[in-house]
Design a protein around this ligand. Structure first.
Ligand SMILES: NC(=O)c1ccc[n+]([C@@H]2O[C@H](COP(=O)([O-])OP(=O)(O)OC[C@H]3O[C@@H](n4cnc5c(N)ncnc54)[C@H](O)[C@@H]3O)[C@@H](O)[C@H]2O)c1
Ligand SMILES: O=C(O)C(=O)C[C@@H](O)[C@H](O)[C@H](O)COP(=O)(O)O
Ligand SMILES: [Zn+2]
Length: 362
Protein backbone atom coordinates (compact mmCIF):
# COMPACT_ATOMS: atom_id res chain seq x y z
CA UNK A 1 0.00 0.00 0.00
CA UNK A 2 1.19 3.52 -0.82
CA UNK A 3 0.14 6.69 0.92
CA UNK A 4 0.18 10.39 0.13
CA UNK A 5 -0.25 13.04 2.79
CA UNK A 6 -2.29 16.07 1.71
CA UNK A 7 -1.14 19.12 3.67
CA UNK A 8 -4.40 21.02 3.18
CA UNK A 9 -4.40 24.21 5.22
CA UNK A 10 -7.89 23.58 6.66
CA UNK A 11 -6.98 20.04 7.75
CA UNK A 12 -4.42 17.53 6.46
CA UNK A 13 -5.37 13.95 5.60
CA UNK A 14 -3.97 10.78 4.09
CA UNK A 15 -4.72 9.10 0.79
CA UNK A 16 -4.14 5.33 0.83
CA UNK A 17 -3.68 3.58 -2.51
CA UNK A 18 -3.50 -0.17 -2.92
CA UNK A 19 -4.92 -3.35 -4.35
CA UNK A 20 -7.80 -4.76 -2.26
CA UNK A 21 -7.51 -2.18 0.54
CA UNK A 22 -11.28 -1.69 0.78
CA UNK A 23 -11.21 -4.76 3.04
CA UNK A 24 -8.98 -2.85 5.50
CA UNK A 25 -11.36 0.10 5.70
CA UNK A 26 -11.95 -0.03 9.46
CA UNK A 27 -8.22 0.03 10.25
CA UNK A 28 -7.65 2.87 7.79
CA UNK A 29 -10.32 5.14 9.29
CA UNK A 30 -8.69 7.60 11.67
CA UNK A 31 -11.37 6.95 14.33
CA UNK A 32 -14.59 5.03 14.93
CA UNK A 33 -18.00 6.64 14.55
CA UNK A 34 -21.33 5.79 16.15
CA UNK A 35 -23.26 6.27 12.91
CA UNK A 36 -22.04 5.82 9.38
CA UNK A 37 -24.00 6.35 6.16
CA UNK A 38 -22.50 4.94 2.97
CA UNK A 39 -23.65 6.77 -0.16
CA UNK A 40 -23.09 4.85 -3.37
CA UNK A 41 -24.77 4.37 -6.75
CA UNK A 42 -26.76 1.71 -8.57
CA UNK A 43 -23.73 0.39 -10.50
CA UNK A 44 -21.26 0.33 -7.64
CA UNK A 45 -23.60 -1.02 -4.94
CA UNK A 46 -23.94 -4.56 -6.37
CA UNK A 47 -20.17 -4.73 -6.87
CA UNK A 48 -18.66 -3.30 -3.68
CA UNK A 49 -21.23 -2.23 -1.07
CA UNK A 50 -21.27 -5.58 0.76
CA UNK A 51 -17.47 -5.53 1.05
CA UNK A 52 -17.61 -2.08 2.61
CA UNK A 53 -20.40 -2.97 5.05
CA UNK A 54 -18.51 -6.11 6.02
CA UNK A 55 -15.22 -4.22 6.44
CA UNK A 56 -16.87 -1.70 8.78
CA UNK A 57 -17.79 -4.49 11.20
CA UNK A 58 -20.61 -4.51 13.73
CA UNK A 59 -19.58 -1.98 16.37
CA UNK A 60 -20.72 1.03 14.31
CA UNK A 61 -24.34 1.64 13.26
CA UNK A 62 -24.07 1.54 9.46
CA UNK A 63 -26.67 2.33 6.82
CA UNK A 64 -26.47 2.86 3.09
CA UNK A 65 -28.18 5.03 0.51
CA UNK A 66 -28.06 4.22 -3.19
CA UNK A 67 -28.42 6.98 -5.78
CA UNK A 68 -29.05 6.47 -9.50
CA UNK A 69 -25.72 6.11 -11.31
CA UNK A 70 -24.77 9.00 -13.59
CA UNK A 71 -24.12 12.72 -13.78
CA UNK A 72 -27.86 13.55 -13.50
CA UNK A 73 -27.61 12.61 -9.81
CA UNK A 74 -25.47 15.67 -9.11
CA UNK A 75 -28.77 17.52 -8.72
CA UNK A 76 -30.69 19.48 -6.12
CA UNK A 77 -33.20 16.60 -5.99
CA UNK A 78 -30.60 13.93 -5.15
CA UNK A 79 -28.94 16.31 -2.72
CA UNK A 80 -32.25 16.76 -0.89
CA UNK A 81 -32.92 13.03 -0.96
CA UNK A 82 -29.54 12.33 0.70
CA UNK A 83 -30.33 14.89 3.41
CA UNK A 84 -33.76 13.33 3.97
CA UNK A 85 -32.07 9.96 4.37
CA UNK A 86 -29.48 11.37 6.79
CA UNK A 87 -32.22 12.95 8.94
CA UNK A 88 -34.31 9.77 8.90
CA UNK A 89 -31.29 7.67 9.84
CA UNK A 90 -30.59 9.98 12.78
CA UNK A 91 -27.13 11.11 11.65
CA UNK A 92 -25.70 13.79 13.93
CA UNK A 93 -22.61 16.00 14.06
CA UNK A 94 -20.49 13.02 15.14
CA UNK A 95 -21.52 10.79 12.25
CA UNK A 96 -19.56 9.86 9.15
CA UNK A 97 -20.59 9.80 5.51
CA UNK A 98 -18.70 7.45 3.21
CA UNK A 99 -18.69 8.23 -0.52
CA UNK A 100 -18.29 4.90 -2.32
CA UNK A 101 -18.08 5.41 -6.06
CA UNK A 102 -16.83 7.68 -8.81
CA UNK A 103 -16.75 11.44 -8.98
CA UNK A 104 -20.53 11.78 -9.04
CA UNK A 105 -20.97 10.02 -5.72
CA UNK A 106 -17.90 11.77 -4.31
CA UNK A 107 -19.00 15.27 -5.29
CA UNK A 108 -22.60 14.74 -4.16
CA UNK A 109 -21.89 12.88 -0.91
CA UNK A 110 -19.10 15.35 -0.10
CA UNK A 111 -21.49 18.27 -0.57
CA UNK A 112 -24.08 16.54 1.63
CA UNK A 113 -21.37 16.11 4.29
CA UNK A 114 -20.34 19.76 3.87
CA UNK A 115 -23.88 21.00 4.50
CA UNK A 116 -25.56 18.47 6.81
CA UNK A 117 -25.82 20.16 10.21
CA UNK A 118 -23.33 22.72 8.79
CA UNK A 119 -20.70 20.11 8.09
CA UNK A 120 -19.83 16.58 9.21
CA UNK A 121 -16.97 14.17 8.47
CA UNK A 122 -16.74 12.16 5.27
CA UNK A 123 -14.34 9.72 3.71
CA UNK A 124 -13.84 9.08 0.01
CA UNK A 125 -13.62 5.54 -1.35
CA UNK A 126 -13.09 6.28 -5.07
CA UNK A 127 -13.85 3.49 -7.54
CA UNK A 128 -13.07 5.10 -10.91
CA UNK A 129 -9.87 6.21 -12.64
CA UNK A 130 -11.30 9.70 -12.83
CA UNK A 131 -11.83 9.74 -9.08
CA UNK A 132 -8.04 9.77 -8.52
CA UNK A 133 -8.71 13.46 -9.19
CA UNK A 134 -12.19 14.05 -7.79
CA UNK A 135 -11.66 12.33 -4.41
CA UNK A 136 -8.74 14.63 -3.56
CA UNK A 137 -8.88 18.32 -2.76
CA UNK A 138 -12.31 18.83 -1.23
CA UNK A 139 -14.14 20.44 -4.15
CA UNK A 140 -17.67 19.14 -3.60
CA UNK A 141 -20.65 20.23 -5.66
CA UNK A 142 -23.81 19.56 -7.59
CA UNK A 143 -24.79 20.97 -10.99
CA UNK A 144 -27.35 23.60 -11.95
CA UNK A 145 -28.94 23.06 -15.38
CA UNK A 146 -27.28 26.34 -16.43
CA UNK A 147 -23.82 25.65 -15.03
CA UNK A 148 -21.63 22.77 -13.93
CA UNK A 149 -20.58 22.41 -10.24
CA UNK A 150 -21.97 25.83 -9.49
CA UNK A 151 -23.64 24.88 -6.18
CA UNK A 152 -20.89 23.64 -3.93
CA UNK A 153 -18.26 24.16 -1.34
CA UNK A 154 -14.72 23.28 -0.27
CA UNK A 155 -14.87 20.49 2.32
CA UNK A 156 -11.88 18.19 2.69
CA UNK A 157 -12.43 14.49 3.36
CA UNK A 158 -11.03 12.91 6.53
CA UNK A 159 -9.25 10.42 4.30
CA UNK A 160 -9.22 8.79 0.88
CA UNK A 161 -9.03 5.01 0.47
CA UNK A 162 -8.31 4.18 -3.17
CA UNK A 163 -8.62 0.47 -3.84
CA UNK A 164 -7.24 0.04 -7.36
CA UNK A 165 -8.81 -3.45 -7.56
CA UNK A 166 -12.15 -1.73 -8.10
CA UNK A 167 -10.90 -0.37 -11.43
CA UNK A 168 -11.05 -3.86 -12.95
CA UNK A 169 -14.81 -3.57 -13.39
CA UNK A 170 -14.80 -0.24 -15.26
CA UNK A 171 -16.00 0.06 -18.85
CA UNK A 172 -13.71 1.28 -21.65
CA UNK A 173 -15.57 4.59 -21.69
CA UNK A 174 -14.90 5.13 -17.98
CA UNK A 175 -11.21 4.31 -18.45
CA UNK A 176 -11.10 6.83 -21.28
CA UNK A 177 -12.83 9.44 -19.13
CA UNK A 178 -10.47 8.96 -16.21
CA UNK A 179 -7.29 8.91 -18.28
CA UNK A 180 -8.15 12.41 -19.53
CA UNK A 181 -7.63 13.79 -16.01
CA UNK A 182 -4.44 11.75 -15.71
CA UNK A 183 -2.99 13.32 -18.86
CA UNK A 184 -4.24 16.72 -17.65
CA UNK A 185 -2.00 16.37 -14.59
CA UNK A 186 0.87 15.52 -16.95
CA UNK A 187 0.27 18.50 -19.26
CA UNK A 188 0.31 20.98 -16.39
CA UNK A 189 3.23 19.47 -14.51
CA UNK A 190 5.36 16.80 -16.03
CA UNK A 191 6.98 16.18 -19.44
CA UNK A 192 8.02 12.61 -18.57
CA UNK A 193 4.56 11.71 -17.37
CA UNK A 194 3.12 13.10 -20.60
CA UNK A 195 5.41 10.90 -22.69
CA UNK A 196 4.49 7.89 -20.53
CA UNK A 197 0.80 8.60 -21.24
CA UNK A 198 1.51 8.82 -24.99
CA UNK A 199 3.29 5.45 -24.86
CA UNK A 200 0.22 3.63 -23.46
CA UNK A 201 -1.25 1.34 -26.13
CA UNK A 202 -4.20 0.39 -24.00
CA UNK A 203 -5.60 1.62 -20.75
CA UNK A 204 -6.88 -0.88 -18.16
CA UNK A 205 -5.52 -4.18 -16.93
CA UNK A 206 -2.92 -4.80 -19.63
CA UNK A 207 -0.96 -1.74 -18.54
CA UNK A 208 -1.80 -2.10 -14.85
CA UNK A 209 1.59 -1.20 -13.38
CA UNK A 210 2.17 1.82 -15.60
CA UNK A 211 -1.37 3.07 -15.04
CA UNK A 212 -1.09 2.68 -11.27
CA UNK A 213 2.14 4.66 -11.33
CA UNK A 214 0.46 7.38 -13.41
CA UNK A 215 -2.45 7.50 -10.97
CA UNK A 216 -0.04 7.88 -8.07
CA UNK A 217 1.80 10.67 -9.94
CA UNK A 218 -1.48 12.42 -10.77
CA UNK A 219 -2.62 12.29 -7.16
CA UNK A 220 0.75 13.58 -5.94
CA UNK A 221 0.64 16.51 -8.36
CA UNK A 222 -2.88 17.40 -7.26
CA UNK A 223 -2.10 16.96 -3.54
CA UNK A 224 0.81 19.43 -3.81
CA UNK A 225 -1.30 22.01 -5.60
CA UNK A 226 -4.12 21.68 -3.07
CA UNK A 227 -1.64 22.03 -0.20
CA UNK A 228 -0.43 25.31 -1.66
CA UNK A 229 -3.78 26.76 -2.69
CA UNK A 230 -6.74 24.93 -1.18
CA UNK A 231 -9.42 27.48 -2.08
CA UNK A 232 -8.27 28.27 -5.63
CA UNK A 233 -6.96 31.75 -5.11
CA UNK A 234 -4.08 31.12 -7.49
CA UNK A 235 -2.34 28.01 -8.83
CA UNK A 236 -5.24 25.62 -8.14
CA UNK A 237 -6.96 27.07 -11.20
CA UNK A 238 -4.31 25.23 -13.30
CA UNK A 239 -6.18 22.01 -12.43
CA UNK A 240 -8.89 23.46 -14.66
CA UNK A 241 -6.77 22.95 -17.80
CA UNK A 242 -9.20 21.86 -20.54
CA UNK A 243 -12.24 22.55 -18.37
CA UNK A 244 -13.40 25.93 -19.74
CA UNK A 245 -14.55 24.43 -23.03
CA UNK A 246 -14.84 20.97 -21.41
CA UNK A 247 -17.54 21.98 -18.92
CA UNK A 248 -19.39 23.89 -21.65
CA UNK A 249 -19.35 20.81 -23.93
CA UNK A 250 -20.44 18.51 -21.13
CA UNK A 251 -23.42 20.68 -20.23
CA UNK A 252 -24.34 21.56 -23.82
CA UNK A 253 -24.43 17.95 -25.00
CA UNK A 254 -26.49 17.09 -21.90
CA UNK A 255 -24.80 15.90 -18.70
CA UNK A 256 -23.86 12.26 -19.17
CA UNK A 257 -24.03 12.22 -22.99
CA UNK A 258 -20.30 12.66 -23.19
CA UNK A 259 -18.47 12.02 -19.95
CA UNK A 260 -16.66 14.68 -17.94
CA UNK A 261 -13.27 13.29 -18.90
CA UNK A 262 -14.11 13.01 -22.60
CA UNK A 263 -15.26 16.63 -22.61
CA UNK A 264 -12.11 17.76 -20.78
CA UNK A 265 -9.94 15.77 -23.24
CA UNK A 266 -11.45 17.76 -26.12
CA UNK A 267 -11.25 20.97 -24.12
CA UNK A 268 -7.52 20.38 -23.66
CA UNK A 269 -7.04 20.24 -27.42
CA UNK A 270 -8.70 23.65 -27.69
CA UNK A 271 -6.49 24.93 -24.87
CA UNK A 272 -3.44 23.64 -26.79
CA UNK A 273 -4.71 25.30 -29.99
CA UNK A 274 -5.02 28.60 -28.09
CA UNK A 275 -1.65 28.08 -26.39
CA UNK A 276 0.06 27.67 -29.77
CA UNK A 277 -1.44 30.97 -30.89
CA UNK A 278 -1.10 33.07 -27.72
CA UNK A 279 1.26 31.79 -25.02
CA UNK A 280 3.53 29.06 -26.35
CA UNK A 281 7.22 29.58 -25.63
CA UNK A 282 8.33 26.06 -26.52
CA UNK A 283 6.58 23.86 -29.03
CA UNK A 284 3.87 21.65 -27.57
CA UNK A 285 3.36 18.02 -28.68
CA UNK A 286 -0.19 18.70 -29.84
CA UNK A 287 0.05 16.33 -32.79
CA UNK A 288 1.06 13.44 -30.50
CA UNK A 289 -1.89 14.37 -28.28
CA UNK A 290 -4.29 14.25 -31.22
CA UNK A 291 -2.99 10.79 -32.14
CA UNK A 292 -3.54 9.74 -28.53
CA UNK A 293 -7.12 11.08 -28.62
CA UNK A 294 -7.77 9.23 -31.85
CA UNK A 295 -6.10 5.96 -30.79
CA UNK A 296 -8.11 5.82 -27.59
CA UNK A 297 -11.44 6.69 -29.22
CA UNK A 298 -12.12 10.07 -27.66
CA UNK A 299 -15.15 11.65 -29.43
CA UNK A 300 -13.11 14.07 -31.57
CA UNK A 301 -15.70 13.82 -34.36
CA UNK A 302 -17.98 16.25 -32.50
CA UNK A 303 -15.41 19.05 -32.80
CA UNK A 304 -16.23 19.66 -36.46
CA UNK A 305 -19.88 20.39 -35.72
CA UNK A 306 -19.84 22.57 -32.62
CA UNK A 307 -22.62 25.12 -32.04
CA UNK A 308 -20.47 28.04 -31.04
CA UNK A 309 -22.94 30.55 -29.52
CA UNK A 310 -24.36 28.27 -26.81
CA UNK A 311 -20.82 27.24 -25.87
CA UNK A 312 -19.76 30.89 -25.56
CA UNK A 313 -22.79 31.58 -23.37
CA UNK A 314 -21.80 28.74 -21.09
CA UNK A 315 -18.13 29.76 -20.96
CA UNK A 316 -19.22 33.27 -19.98
CA UNK A 317 -20.48 31.70 -16.73
CA UNK A 318 -17.23 29.85 -15.98
CA UNK A 319 -16.06 30.15 -12.37
CA UNK A 320 -12.58 31.33 -13.37
CA UNK A 321 -13.85 34.45 -15.15
CA UNK A 322 -13.08 37.96 -13.97
CA UNK A 323 -14.86 41.11 -15.14
CA UNK A 324 -15.99 40.72 -18.75
CA UNK A 325 -13.28 38.37 -19.99
CA UNK A 326 -13.30 34.58 -20.28
CA UNK A 327 -10.27 32.98 -18.66
CA UNK A 328 -8.49 29.88 -19.94
CA UNK A 329 -5.66 27.83 -18.53
CA UNK A 330 -3.07 27.72 -21.34
CA UNK A 331 0.50 26.47 -21.47
CA UNK A 332 3.76 28.34 -22.02
CA UNK A 333 5.24 24.88 -22.42
CA UNK A 334 4.53 21.40 -21.05
CA UNK A 335 4.51 21.66 -17.28
CA UNK A 336 4.17 25.44 -17.25
CA UNK A 337 0.52 26.55 -17.18
CA UNK A 338 -0.66 30.14 -17.24
CA UNK A 339 -4.01 31.94 -17.10
CA UNK A 340 -5.02 33.91 -20.20
CA UNK A 341 -8.06 36.18 -20.66
CA UNK A 342 -10.06 36.48 -23.89
CA UNK A 343 -12.61 39.00 -25.07
CA UNK A 344 -15.79 37.27 -26.16
CA UNK A 345 -15.31 38.31 -29.80
CA UNK A 346 -11.75 36.92 -29.92
CA UNK A 347 -12.89 33.66 -28.43
CA UNK A 348 -15.72 33.38 -30.95
CA UNK A 349 -13.22 33.79 -33.80
CA UNK A 350 -10.83 31.23 -32.27
CA UNK A 351 -13.61 28.69 -31.79
CA UNK A 352 -14.63 29.14 -35.44
CA UNK A 353 -11.02 28.50 -36.55
CA UNK A 354 -10.78 25.49 -34.23
CA UNK A 355 -14.02 24.09 -35.64
CA UNK A 356 -12.80 24.69 -39.22
CA UNK A 357 -9.58 22.86 -38.39
CA UNK A 358 -11.50 19.82 -37.13
CA UNK A 359 -13.87 19.91 -40.10
CA UNK A 360 -10.89 19.81 -42.44
CA UNK A 361 -9.25 16.79 -40.73
CA UNK A 362 -12.50 14.76 -40.57
N1 LIG B 1 -14.29 17.33 -7.14
C1 LIG B 1 -13.34 17.31 -8.04
O1 LIG B 1 -12.22 17.78 -7.83
C2 LIG B 1 -13.61 16.68 -9.37
C3 LIG B 1 -12.54 16.38 -10.23
C4 LIG B 1 -12.83 15.76 -11.45
C5 LIG B 1 -14.14 15.42 -11.75
N2 LIG B 1 -15.14 15.70 -10.89
C6 LIG B 1 -16.51 15.28 -11.17
O2 LIG B 1 -16.53 13.85 -11.20
C7 LIG B 1 -17.63 13.43 -11.99
C8 LIG B 1 -17.20 12.32 -12.90
O3 LIG B 1 -16.72 11.25 -12.14
P1 LIG B 1 -16.64 9.78 -12.75
O4 LIG B 1 -16.06 9.83 -14.10
O5 LIG B 1 -16.01 8.93 -11.73
O6 LIG B 1 -18.16 9.45 -13.00
P2 LIG B 1 -19.24 8.57 -12.23
O7 LIG B 1 -19.15 8.72 -10.78
O8 LIG B 1 -20.53 8.85 -12.89
O9 LIG B 1 -18.77 7.08 -12.60
C9 LIG B 1 -18.80 6.70 -13.95
C10 LIG B 1 -19.66 5.43 -14.15
O10 LIG B 1 -18.93 4.31 -13.67
C11 LIG B 1 -19.71 3.58 -12.70
N3 LIG B 1 -18.74 3.01 -11.78
C12 LIG B 1 -18.08 3.65 -10.79
N4 LIG B 1 -17.17 2.83 -10.26
C13 LIG B 1 -17.25 1.67 -10.91
C14 LIG B 1 -16.54 0.45 -10.85
N5 LIG B 1 -15.51 0.29 -10.03
N6 LIG B 1 -16.89 -0.56 -11.68
C15 LIG B 1 -17.90 -0.37 -12.59
N7 LIG B 1 -18.60 0.76 -12.72
C16 LIG B 1 -18.27 1.76 -11.88
C17 LIG B 1 -20.65 4.59 -12.14
O11 LIG B 1 -21.78 3.98 -11.58
C18 LIG B 1 -20.98 5.43 -13.37
O12 LIG B 1 -21.95 4.78 -14.13
C19 LIG B 1 -18.12 14.64 -12.74
O13 LIG B 1 -19.31 15.08 -12.15
C20 LIG B 1 -17.02 15.66 -12.51
O14 LIG B 1 -17.51 16.97 -12.53
C21 LIG B 1 -14.90 16.31 -9.71
O1 LIG C 1 -9.71 20.15 -8.11
C1 LIG C 1 -9.73 21.10 -8.90
O2 LIG C 1 -9.46 22.24 -8.55
C2 LIG C 1 -10.08 20.87 -10.30
O3 LIG C 1 -10.24 21.83 -11.06
C3 LIG C 1 -10.22 19.46 -10.77
C4 LIG C 1 -11.15 19.30 -11.95
O4 LIG C 1 -10.75 18.11 -12.63
C5 LIG C 1 -12.61 19.10 -11.56
O5 LIG C 1 -13.36 18.77 -12.69
C6 LIG C 1 -13.25 20.22 -10.78
O6 LIG C 1 -14.45 19.80 -10.24
C7 LIG C 1 -13.53 21.43 -11.62
O7 LIG C 1 -13.73 22.46 -10.74
P1 LIG C 1 -14.68 23.69 -11.01
O8 LIG C 1 -14.34 24.61 -9.89
O9 LIG C 1 -14.30 24.24 -12.36
O10 LIG C 1 -16.07 23.20 -11.00
ZN1 LIG D 1 -12.23 17.59 -14.10
Amino acid sequence: MKSIYVKASSEPYTIYIGDGIRHQLKELLSKTYEDVMVITDTHVAPLYLDDILHALGSDMKVSSYIITAGESSKSVESFEACHTEAINKGLNRHSLIIALGGGVVGDLAGFVAATYMRGIDYVQIPTTVLAHDSSVGGKVAINHPLSKNVIGSFHQPKGVIYDTQTLTTLSDQEWRSGMAEVIKHAWIHDQDMLQACFRLDTFSEESKEVVEHLLWKGISIKADIVAEDEKEQGIRSFLNFGHTLGHALEAEFGYGTITHGEAVALGMDFALFLSERYTQQESLPREAYQHWLNDHDYPIQILGSLSIEPLIDRMKRDKKNKQQSIRFVLLNKTGQPTLHSFEESTLRRELELFKEYWTSVK
